[in-house]
Design a protein around this ligand. Structure first.
Ligand SMILES: Cc1cc2nc3c(=O)[nH]c(=O)nc-3n(C[C@H](O)[C@H](O)[C@H](O)COP(=O)(O)OP(=O)(O)OC[C@H]3O[C@@H](n4cnc5c(N)ncnc54)[C@H](O)[C@@H]3O)c2cc1C
Length: 482
């Protein structure tokens, strides 16, 4: 008897799936040629790549539900995708998965200034949410540096933060409700246009769940009245540790700036070259922004400069104009791109208690010497969310492996001092195998059970977040690029 050809079976299975998807979506919304699916083979963590089986671009919740129903019936994994800017490989496909992109879901559905919310489809970019309300004096607070490109969908999945989250909180603090489609194609509403909802806090579970529980298609977001004014001050120091100690003292004093950002010399120089921000010559720079009326700003800045003065700053320079403030932020927001122009780097994302900043910065310097790779630092210092950038040479054999080992040690250090493995970029594929450092088996088991409830077949965004040894037996281990 002739054995069936496995390749022919895969091709036939794919053709069958594509034909079914084309019955519920326009033809150009189903991408399946080998060349075209390559556009979806990775996200911003480009070290990992794997072309998906196909990619679909539905335009509304009903189409998303139809796609999920088909994939569920066919037992095909689905990887939800916003704009593909994840730095942890969250939107990385598996070879047998369909990428479900929400880019076409970009409408504003409702704006309510009396109750201070906006309802949007989740493919809308972060910055364009503020764009929809700023003419009326409002803004959406979470501001990832990728805000020009990243979608609200990805922000919710990763519980994204940004420079201004010290005062206003991260995505979870600004999310009121979602419409979500389950893997079975059921549409559920969670939360609403109000502060709290009856029953379990499922919104808290969904926000930060990394596309593992359902596909979020609509979101109700809190919007905030723009402050009367805002002004940054730059505080320059001759060492990272002293700048870290200054941050810790500002927070301890109970002053609440809207942002405290930290950059070390390599980042300052790269950003200055890239954005001509006017940064001073120094080893470490803090950008501290306060907001309110002129009198409130003056009062807060005088407290901050008094604290900074006790750390012998090299320079303290207040922004004197709107243009200067814009330049200061343009430099900081371009930091990742600016560093990428001069070096390959791996961007880490760990959180630590602010009081541990000086210790962690010192330990990282020691590890840098030990591993023989430089580290550049740019991060949201006010809430202890660190983004060490480990510099390496992608063309040098072995450098990536050393870089990954070094990165793992830094994240373990974050956990050791009382912080956690991820502040805002998520676990994805990048930190999946480090989850044991943070959680014991029982902790992990409870999280796995939540996944079991929402997606018993483990078809949504497989091979992410949980170490493979704890998911064994719960799902079919699928081929991944990792
Ligand atoms: C230059 C640069 C700067 C960055 N700066 C920041 C920063 O300051 N702060 C920060 O928090 N992050 C930052 N990031 C990381 C990234 O932009 C965020 O994680 C962002 O929220 C990802 O959004 P996205 O739309 O690109 O999502 P994607 O990368 O497409 O996906 C991210 C995750 O969301 C899931 N997902 C996507 N759509 C849906 C959906 N509809 N339903 C359910 N799950 C879904 C995916 O499966 C994946 O797990 C930065 C990235 C870059 C490249």
């Amino acid at each position: 008897m002739q054995m069936p050809d496995p390749n022919a079976m895969i091709i036939a299975r794919k053709a069958h799936l594509v034909a079914r998807l084309q019955q519920v979506l326009p033809e150009d919304a189903v991408i399946h040629s080998d060349n075209e699916v390559r556009a979806y083979e990775c996200d911003a963590l480009t070290a990992y790549k794997c072309p998906p089986l196909a990619a679909v671009l539905p335009a509304n919740t009903a189409e998303v539900a139809a796609v999920l129903r088909i994939c569920h019936e066919e037992g095909v994994p689905v990887v939800p995708r916003g704009s593909g800017t994840s730095l942890s490989g969250g939107a990385l496909p598996t070879a047998d998965a369909v990428i479900l992109g929400v880019a076409k879901l970009s409408d504003v559905l409702e704006t309510d200034y009396d109750n201070r919310f906006i309802r949007v489809q989740t493919g809308r970019t972060n910055l364009s949410v503020t764009g929809a309300v700023e003419q009326d004096g409002f803004f959406y607070a979470p501001d990832p540096s990728s805000q020009l490109a990243c979608a609200i969908a990805g922000n919710i999945a990763m519980n994204s933060g940004g420079a201004h989250c010290l005062k206003y909180g991260v995505t979870t603090n600004n999310l009121l409700g979602v419409t979500m489609v389950t893997m079975e194609g059921e549409v559920i509403e969670v939360g609403g246009a109000h502060l709290d909802a009856a029953g379990y806090d499922l919104l808290g579970v969904i926000c930060g769940s990394e596309g593992q529980l359902g596909v979020v298609t609509e979101a109700t977001l809190r919007i905030i009245a723009q402050p009367e004014g805002a002004r940054p001050i730059m505080l320059a120091f001759d060492s990272n540790e002293v700048a870290g100690a200054c941050v810790s003292d500002i927070i301890r004093a109970g002053v609440l700036p809207v942002a405290i950002e930290f950059m070390d010399r390599p980042c300052i120089q790269a950003c200055e070259r890239f954005a001509k921000a006017g940064y001073p010559e120094c080893e470490a720079l803090l950008i501290v922004e306060v907001e309110g009326s002129d009198a409130e700003i003056d009062e807060q800045l005088s407290k901050i400069t008094a604290i900074a003065a006790t750390h012998n700053p090299v320079e303290m320079r207040e922004s004197k104009s709107e243009a200067e403030s814009k330049a200061i932020w343009a430099g900081r927001k371009a930091a990742f791109g600016a560093m990428g122009q001069i070096n390959d780097y791996m961007c880490l994302d760990g959180t630590i208690p602010v009081s541990e900043l000086p210790l962690v910065l010192r330990r990282m310097r020691e590890m840098s010497a030990q591993f023989g790779l430089d580290v550049a630092n740019v991060f949201h210092a006010g809430d202890g969310n660190m983004h060490p950038l480990i510099l390496f040479d992608a063309n040098k054999p072995g450098d990536l492996e050393i870089c990954e080992a070094f990165g793992a040690e830094i994240l373990k250090l974050c956990v050791e001092v009382g912080g956690c493995l991820t502040g805002e970029h998520g676990v994805g594929i990048e930190k999946r195998d480090l989850m044991h450092v943070q959680f014991n088996r029982v902790d992990l088991e409870m999280q796995l059970r939540v996944k079991d409830v929402f997606d018993p077949g483990w078809l949504l965004n497989p091979a992410k977040v949980f170490p493979l040894d704890v998911t064994e037996g719960r799902r079919i281990i699928r081929q991944t690029a990792a």
